[in-house]
Each structure stands twice: as C-alpha cells, then as structure tokens.
Design a binder for this molecule. Structure first.
Ligand code: F6R
Length: 588
C-alpha cells in the first residue's frame, strides 16, 4: 500500500527520504516521488517506476534541503501516471502533500475547490488535501490550517505536508502515522521501517492527531486543537531482519524460517495466552475474522476451538463482517487475526464490534499496529517483519499460536507444546524436498488450472495452497473440499488438469483415496501430499508421520508454498512482489 515519509532535521533530507522509501518497498507500489524544502521553495520530483529507477532518473539523492516528504504509491484513484504520483502541489508550489488512504468525499471537495478557482492536475483523491491546505494556509497558523483541512475530509487517511517555510506537518485518521525521534531531527512515517535504520524511539500518533515539526521541535495536537502528549515507545524490530541473507528472495528466506517459527511462536507469551483463554472461554459466541491468508488460519482456529475446546465459534471474512453485524452483541468476543494489524477490512470489523460492546482479541505480527492498540488483549506472532508480499511464515506463526491456545484450553492434551521441537524437525524434513518440488513446478509451468483438494482441517490448507499458487504464479488455482468434487468440479477434470491432494493418514485419508481414484480415471495428474503412499498419486510429496494428526496443517502447507514459489520463478515472476498486490491492504 502507499508509504509516506517526512523528515526535518540537521541532515540532508533527500538521501534519507530515498532510503526510507527503499526500506518500505515491500509494502508494494507503482510510482515514487519526493519533495524537499529549500530556500523557501517546495520542489517536487516524481515518476512511475521503482525507487532506484526514479532516484537515478531525477537524481533525487542530491536534492538540497533539510526537510522533505516522500511517497510510494499503490494506485487506487487514477491510473499509474506521473501526474497521479505523489507528492501533489495545490495550485501554487507553496505546499506539497503525500497521502495514504482514501478520501471518500473527494468528488464533492474537488467540485467545491474548482468553484473557488482551484485547478487540479491529477485524478487522485489525494490532491484535494493540497488544495484545502493551500486555501486555509496562513504563515502564522499552520495548526488551524491543518485542523480546518482535516475537518473537511471524510475517509481513512494519513497525510504529511511540506510547507515552503520549512515546516512539516502530518495528520492521521484511521491510518497509521508514526514519529521517529532522532538527535537533531524527526521522521514521520506510515511504517516504523521508514526510520528504524536511524532510531528505534517512536511516537505512535493516536487517531485524529496532528503533528507539526517546526524548527526542530515537535508539537502534537488533537483535531480539536488541544495540545496532547503521546508516549515515546522503543520499537523492537531489527532492520537486519530485512536482509535476504543467503536467499535469492525474501519469500524463500521466509519459507525457510518456518521451522524456527513453529518452535518459538508464543513461548514467551504463556502468561498472555492464559489471559486470552480466559476471555475466549467466557462468551456466548466467538466470531473469528480475518482476510486472505489470515482468514485461512481463522478457519483452522474455528475447527480447533469448536471441536476440541468446545467454544461456539463463527468465522467470517472481514469484508463480509458489516453484513452480519445484527448477529453480534455485547456478550460476543471478536477474535481478529492479521499479520499487519492494519488491514482496513479487519479494522473496520473490529471497530464495529467494539462499538456494539463486544470484547476484541487479536493476533498480530505488529504489536504497535492499529488492531493491537484497539484490542482488549492481543498476542504477537513474533515472526519478525515479513517482506514477501505473499504471507508464508506469518501463516505458520498464526497457526502455531492458535494451536498453543487450544492446547492450553485442552490441558495440553493436543500435544502442540510438547511436540514443538518434533514439528520443527518435521518442517525441516518437508523443506528438504525443495529440489524435488522445483522439478514438479517445472512440469506444471504451463498448467492452466491447478486444483488443491483437502477435507476437514486440511481444507483451509487447500485454500491457502491455491491462494499462494494464484498470487505467486498467476496460474488459476482453486481449493476444493474433496467431497464436493462429485457435486460439480469433477466436470473440469481431464488429462490436462493437475490436482494436488492433501492426504495425511488420518480419518479423511480413505475418502480422499476414493476421490483420487475418481480423478485418476479422468486422466488428470495427481500430486499427493501425504505420509502414506498410494498408487493413485503420480507424484508423492512425502510428509513425516505425526503422532497427533490434527497437527498436520502446520507442515502440509510448506510444500504448497515452495511449489508456488518455484512456479513464480519458472514463469519469470518476482515472487516477492506479485503484480497488483500490496503487503498491507489499508484501503477497503
Ligand atoms: C496472501 C496475503 C493476503 C493477506 C491479507 C490479510 O498471501 O498475504 O491475503 O493475508 O491481505 O493481511 P493481514 O494478515 O495483514 O491482515
């Protein structure tokens, strides 16, 4: 999603801004720009491309000035063009802004501003902010200028503005904005990774806060104009964890981090897991909500909580949550699962449930995220920053935490805590089949469709495997409940079809073998993921046997991730940055 950054201090702003944008590249973007303030002028340079290309093209790093703003854009309103790239000026070059989020009433504001004589240069919703600031701007009172502007805006947004007099100002409303504190300067950014190389001291602005960085001093206000104090926090993440190490891509590195993730996730948090369990055991219904990959974890959570911990659960994709609001009340608990903790759909669901009076629990990777902050209690998956756009290690970390919670609720009868080391070793064994999976990927390189089948607790893994294949390789893939095959999808199966069956030796095994035979009769190629060979499989990806079969999802997702990764490589696709996708989906 869009990244925003601002800097004011003793150093040259431009090289810092460029570096910050590079650190945030993982969030996804299509165009780049910066503005620096020098000698009473705000100078903007921007274009379509990646940070390195635009930096070279416009020699961004040499732009002089001690204050500036920068942006990477992920297009939502308006095409990917130079005009639509940020920063945006108003009519004059006195002020430039960068923005993340959506201004819902931008059409009305644009008409109103045009009637007042403003001229627009882009198709973005963001440009209205620059014109509004310009309209209210008086050199004396930047605070009122910003507050008046925010009062006009509807939507979820964060913006940073550079003013000709050298001041930088930022404002947030339902989108993150964080101050990085330096000796002799400040950053203001949508992501701590924007400044973590320089400082780990941060202030997380509250919703409806305004920050003004003026003559190297920071002033914070709320939208009513009251001065506010916000606590300084030390950020725990290490920038070094952003290195690819010996791996060609972040995605591959993150896939290989999973054995450690399985072994460690939640170990430090046993006390907090206890608190979580107490809240979960109480309510009439637990609603579990999430998007994308995190939703697949939610499906497994529902299965485990309802069948083993006997908690009444419902699972709902976050974007659908607004349509079931009538069924929840103040005796419900909402469990929201989100790697980023900033996904707009998830946040909206949590806000709505909170307003009704439900308790909010969350599982996040970013403890300072908006979701964590609004929760009654949250647990961290602690897998470190996930840079690859496709979620891999965060999924197994979420799963591990869910297993740890349910294990505790079942008096450790699930055997997850007791078997962590064994599961980590089993994960390594699966990952050791990487070269075999690479050969399979080569066979599937021209596939038109790949179907991934599973039953019961393995069905969410089928969905997750299909999602990974789709987003990384752009091959159509579908996760299907194996038992549903004969109710329709079998019509699609012929000798050109590839089917992956997730089939460990548990109570779903025999029925899956029957499904495999039905598919085989129709000439499709079958890849079995199992600890038990069967003649129906053309290829077997071997799983180590696990004592408690309910733990298989943790290891059976791994071969699917590697398959998706190699399909991307073979098809010449960058697995870290698939087209049209962003790491953190902060717009609805
Ligand atoms: C898929 C993927 C997305 C995210 C989804 C939710 O690989 O990464 O489907 O899982 O956008 O993101 P979070 O978990 O940050 O809420």
């Amino acid at each position: 999603m869009c990244s925003i950054i601002g800097y004011k201090g003793q150093l040259n702003a431009a090289p810092l801004l460029v570096n910050s944008l590079k650190q945030m590249e993982y969030r996804g973007y299509d165009s780049v720009g910066i503005a620096v303030i020098n000698n009473g002028k705000v100078i903007v340079k921007k274009g379509v491309g990646n940070v390195s290309n635009i930096t070279d093209k416009f020699d961004l790093s040499t732009m002089p000035g001690h204050a500036g703003i920068g942006h990477t854009r992920w297009a939502t309103h308006g095409q990917v063009t130079e005009e639509n790239a940020h920063p945006h000026y108003g009519c004059t070059n006195n002020i430039a802004i960068v923005h993340n989020g959506v201004i819902e009433n931008h059409h009305e504001l644009r008409d109103e501003l045009i009637s007042l004589g403003h001229r627009f240069k882009s198709d973005t919703d963001s440009e209205v902010i620059a014109h509004l600031l310009e309209g209210y701007y008086t050199k004396k009172d930047i605070k009122t200028t910003t507050i008046e502007t925010c009062r006009k805006l509807n939507g979820a947004y964060a913006f940073v503005a550079a003013f000709e007099d050298g001041r930088i100002c930022g404002s947030r409303c339902d989108q993150p904005l964080i101050i990085g504190m330096l000796e002799g300067g400040y950053f203001i950014s949508s992501d701590v990774l924007g400044f973590l190389k320089h400082t780990d001291r941060a202030i997380f602005l509250h919703n409806r806060d305004i920050a003004i960085i003026d003559s190297n001093a920071l002033q914070l206000y709320d939208f009513e104009g009251n001065a506010v104090n916000r606590e300084t926090t030390q950020v725990a993440w290490e920038v070094s964890s952003l290195d690819k190490g010996k791996y060609a891509f972040h995605t591959l590195k993150e896939i290989h981090e999973q054995p450690t993730v399985v072994e460690k996730t939640g170990i430090k948090n046993l006390g907090k897991i206890e608190e979580f369990c107490n809240i979960l055991e109480d309510p009439r219904t637990v609603y579990i909500t999430a998007s994308g990959t995190s939703y697949h974890c939610a499906l497994i959570a529902k299965y485990l909580l309802s069948s083993l911990a006997k908690i009444h659960c419902e699972t709902i994709v976050s974007s659908e949550f607004p349509y079931i609001l009538e069924s929840i009340d103040d005796s419900s608990v909402l469990l929201a699962i989100s790697q980023s903790g900033e996904t707009a759909d998830v946040l909206e669901a949590a806000r709505a449930a909170k307003q009704i009076g439900s308790k909010i629990l969350s599982i996040v990777n970013v403890p300072t995220s908006s979701l964590a902050r609004m929760s009654d209690s949250f647990l961290e998956i602690e897998c470190g920053p996930e840079v690859g756009v496709a979620a891999t290690k965060s999924f197994t970390a979420q799963l591990s935490l869910i297993y740890a919670i349910v294990d505790r609720m079942c008096n450790y009868g699930l055997g997850f805590q007791a078997n962590r080391k064994f599961l980590a070793e089993a994960s390594r064994e699966v990952l050791d089949q990487e070269s075999k999976i690479q050969i399979i990927a080569d066979k599937l390189r021209q596939a038109r469709d790949i179907y991934v089948l599973g039953r019961s607790i393995h069905y969410p893994i089928a969905l997750e495997g299909a999602l990974k294949i789709k987003e990384l390789s752009y091959i159509h893939a579908e996760g299907i409940v194996a038992g549903e095959l004969k109710h329709g999808p079998l019509a699609l199966i012929d000798k050109n079809t590839y089917v992956v069956i997730i089939n460990p030796d548990d109570r779903t095994h025999c029925d899956n073998v029957v499904s495999a035979r039905e598919i085989k009769t129709r000439g499709a190629t079958i890849i079995g993921i199992s600890n038990k060979p069967d003649e129906a499989y053309d290829i077997l990806l071997k799983l180590p046997s696990i004592g408690n079969s309910i733990l298989y999802p943790i290891i059976e997702v791994l071969p699917l991730q590697i398959l998706a990764y190699y399909l991307a490589l073979i098809r010449n696709i960058d697995p870290d940055y698939p087209r049209n996708l962003a790491k953190s989906v902060t717009v609805k």
